[in-house]
Write a protein that binds this ligand. Structure first.
Ligand code: GLN
Ligand code: ZN
Length: 757
């Protein structure tokens, strides 16, 4: 018998009620009571909807005001002491202060750190666990939400982040200490949670341990054993569905099945997963939940294929739960909210609501032997998509990209020579990362243009005026390599995706990025090509205004891939190569237009790393290849830059060097030049600009401060290789901060120059 279940539902609300409610609450335009009402309505709507869609196992505690890891931090009482000045008792204001920081009423406390959740673009709040952390069951939302659902007639399965994943994602400031050492102190809280939920009537708990899809040390494996022996050993508790996702547990499969839990959920659809795992598992009387619908992408599921697989695996007898591979918070809500996506394309797409319909339709076919109209429609949509792909989405071979000659004509030292004789840059050349402040007026002009309230002519003259200003400002500050400011760009991926063939866009396809921030990722549905030049006019215009070099600014192929929903019928590498090819056309056009410096940003390169280290090198190899395809064919004189906004390079530095960009700029100021450790052990061959201005903060760094950072850098990187730049683009800053900060930066470079002579 097949049952239907879900692991988590988007919490934004069909009309973005949560986002709007939060933002108003933060501005004190709503009372806390109003906000609680909004949240309750969203939960009720979601439970009712999932029930109506035929889902038997409906999650609770998947709702969150901000983030489920922050919820867990508060649940176990691991509130860092600096937030206790806000209120002794934990409340929603402490919760939001942890998420967003607080600068009011004489308190000035920064927010907790945020980082990406596994291989998604969702950000969670990083727990801080110290040797003296104490735990107790404080924030009882998991219980309250269960009871709320129960009262409304829904028997839900509460979602609980497991203790190992929680601790392994935590950070600490204590040297030599590992948060895992706190496991045994943490477990009593988990026991209380289970006991309380049991008393309230909960039959099952979904306990999420996605860390199981990574490689684990022996010590962690043992900790898993200990933890689950203790948790499962308590009398009178709900049954546990141990849930992993974003990959297969791989070598941890035996570990997972050896734990004394009642059920195991497996992701069968992620890139690294396969149904074969079902032949190898020691079932041990456990109930299986199968993630057969991709919760991390937006294509219709091939239900016929799933049916065949289900029948092929005779071990699948008894009660089986069908589920999405992971929580549905990583996909948009409902394709029916899209009015502008035309058929048949619309029928190919499956958002959260459609994914649950698919699960329902599958169970009906399997259990009752009849194909519902939903099932038939699904298969028709698939047929239409695959016939489109075979006509318009194929014919481009991986092999051709792998064999293409993408080498620069000469190695870096020779290139540097010819570039230098053309560009004539001073020692410690100064530049910025690309964007300048996106003022209200600029955003308004873009929005009025897209609504048709500004004519193309008016819009262009507005933008040209902005470019004019920013060129003058940069000249006055004395920067050596200028940029045009990126004023025409809404977003560094969307701007390019909108001009390339092969992408579509949603109007309401919001996906949570963090807190109240949602993004609408472009959808890459077919072959990618570049019908016309995308940036040359703006860049050439900027270059026409100055005798200093202006950098062309492009987003790299890996970043466009990472921040979009992409087709699943071919390897991601091939899709990435196609994007790279389109970017290459732009690079060559910029070169033809007389642009001598071209920056290809790859801020998402590192986050694309697979979850299992074993798969890292293969990924890095094709990511590097894609970058090479993007610059293939340029003359030695053309200087290729790239930019990355993170500093953890230790393990991937060889691949970063293999990119063979002439110049790379990297975040460094924010992380206190941590980056430089890498360079004492690795001789980076090309030019490099470690950021010396933390653009994430409104602070204006002094000349002395930036000089000191540069001197520190010059100790591990030869001065002839050093560039001077901020950590990242300046679009989120204002001019009052940017102008003096860049003036100081240029002064710092001058000091270094005169000291080096
Ligand atoms: N060129 C982009 C900018 O300056 C880079 C943004 C990024 O690294 N995320 O805005
Ligand atoms: Zn950046």
């Amino acid at each position: 018998m097949l049952h239907t279940s879900n692991l988590g539902f988007p919490r934004i609300g069909f009309h973005r009620e949560l986002k709007k409610g939060l933002e108003k609450y933060w501005k004190a335009e709503l009372t806390q009571q109003d906000l609680l009402e909004i949240a309750k309505t969203i939960r009720m709507t979601n439970w009712q909807l999932q029930h109506d869609l035929g889902i038997e196992v409906i999650p609770s505690n998947d709702f969150s005001f901000y983030d489920q890891i922050l919820d867990t931090i508060c649940m176990v009482g691991a509130v860092p002491s600096r937030y206790q000045v806000i209120s002794k008792e934990f409340d929603l204001d402490v919760y939001f202060a942890m998420a967003r920081g607080k600068q009011k009423d004489n308190v000035n406390i920064p927010a907790m750190e945020m980082t990406k959740w596994f291989n998604t673009n969702y950000h969670y709040i990083v727990p801080e666990i110290e040797p003296d952390s104490r735990f107790s069951f404080i924030y009882q939302k998991i219980l309250a939400d269960y009871l709320e659902a129960h009262k409304a007639g829904f028997q839900t399965r509460p979602v609980l982040i497991g203790p190992l994943t929680f601790l392994l994602l935590s950070k600490t400031t204590a040297p030599g200490f590992s948060p895992l050492e706190k496991l045994e102190e943490l477990l009593p809280v988990y026991q209380s949670v289970l006991t309380e939920l049991y008393k309230a009537g909960a039959e099952w708990i979904q306990i999420d341990e996605p860390i199981l899809v990574k490689e684990l040390s022996t010590q962690v494996k043992e900790a898993f054993q200990t933890a689950y022996q203790i948790l499962c050993g308590i009398p009178n508790r709900p049954q546990l569905m141990l849930t992993s996702y974003f990959g297969s547990p791989g070598e941890n499969t035996d570990l997972a099945f050896s734990l004394p839990v009642e059920g195991i959920h497996l992701d069968l659809v992620s890139e690294e997963s396969s149904w074969d795992i079902l032949d190898a598992i020691p079932l041990e009387g456990k109930i299986l939940s199968l993630g057969i619908v991709n919760g991390h992408n937006i294509w219709r599921t091939d239900l016929e294929h799933v049916l065949e697989e289900l029948k092929k695996h005779p071990s699948l007898s008894g009660d089986i739960y069908l589920a999405p591979s992971c929580s549905l918070i990583h996909v948009p809500l409902d394709i029916n909210l899209e009015e502008h996506i035309a058929e048949p394309m619309k029928s190919w797409l499956s958002f959260a609501v459609q994914k649950l319909e698919e699960i329902s339709a599958l169970a009906t076919v399997f259990n009752e032997g009849k194909k519902s109209s939903r099932f038939i429609k699904n298969q028709e949509a698939l047929k239409s998509r695959s016939s489109f792909l075979s006509q318009h989405g194929s014919g481009i071979e991986q092999k051709a990209f792998l064999e293409r000659n993408t080498e620069r004509k000469h190695a870096f030292p020779k290139r540097k020579e010819v570039q230098q004789s053309l560009l004539n840059l001073p020692l410690f050349p100064t530049t910025t990362i690309g964007s300048f402040p996106q003022t209200k007026e600029i955003r308004r002009a873009r929005s009025r243009f897209s609504k048709g309230e500004l004519s193309r002519e008016e819009y262009e003259s507005f933008m040209k005026n902005e470019i004019n200003n920013v060129i003058q400002i940069q000249e006055k500050i004395g920067l050596d390599v200028l940029v045009h400011g990126e004023f025409e760009r809404n977003d560094m991926v969307q701007y390019f995706a909108e001009q390339l063939e092969g992408f579509i866009f949603t109007e309401n396809g919001w996906v949570q990025s963090f807190g109240s921030r949602y993004v609408r990722p472009p959808i890459l549905f077919g072959n990618v090509s570049r019908p016309h030049a995308m940036t040359t006019r703006w860049i050439s215009y900027a270059q026409s205004l100055t005798s200093k070099p202006v950098k062309g600014m492009l987003t790299g192929p890996v970043t466009i891939l990472q921040w979009s929903f992409v087709r699943d019928d071919q390897p991601r590498s091939l899709t990435c190569f196609q994007i790279a090819d389109a970017i290459n056309a732009e690079v060559l056009d910029l070169e033809k237009a007389g642009i001598h410096i071209i920056q290809i940003d790859e801020p998402a390169l590192r986050e694309g790393l697979p979850l299992k280290k074993d798969n890292w090198q293969a990924y890095l190899d094709w990511a590097v290849r894609a970058f090479h395809i993007a610059f293939a064919g340029v003359a030695d004189e053309t200087q290729i830059h790239t930019h990355m906004c993170y500093s953890e390079f230790n393990e991937i530095i060889a691949s970063i060097a293999a990119l063979d960009a002439d110049v790379i700029s990297i975040e460094a100021a924010r992380s206190g030049m941590e980056l430089l450790n890498v360079f004492s052990g690795f001789q980076y061959p090309n030019d490099i600009g470690p950021g010396i201005y933390d653009i994430h903060s409104p602070r204006i760094p002094s000349i002395a401060e930036m000089t000191a950072l540069l001197e520190k850098a010059a100790q591990v990187i030869p001065p002839t290789q050093l560039w001077v730049n901020p950590d990242c683009g300046l679009k989120t800053r204002n001019w009052q901060e940017v102008t003096p900060a860049l003036q100081n930066m240029v002064e710092a470079a001058k000091i270094l120059r005169s000291n080096t002579k």
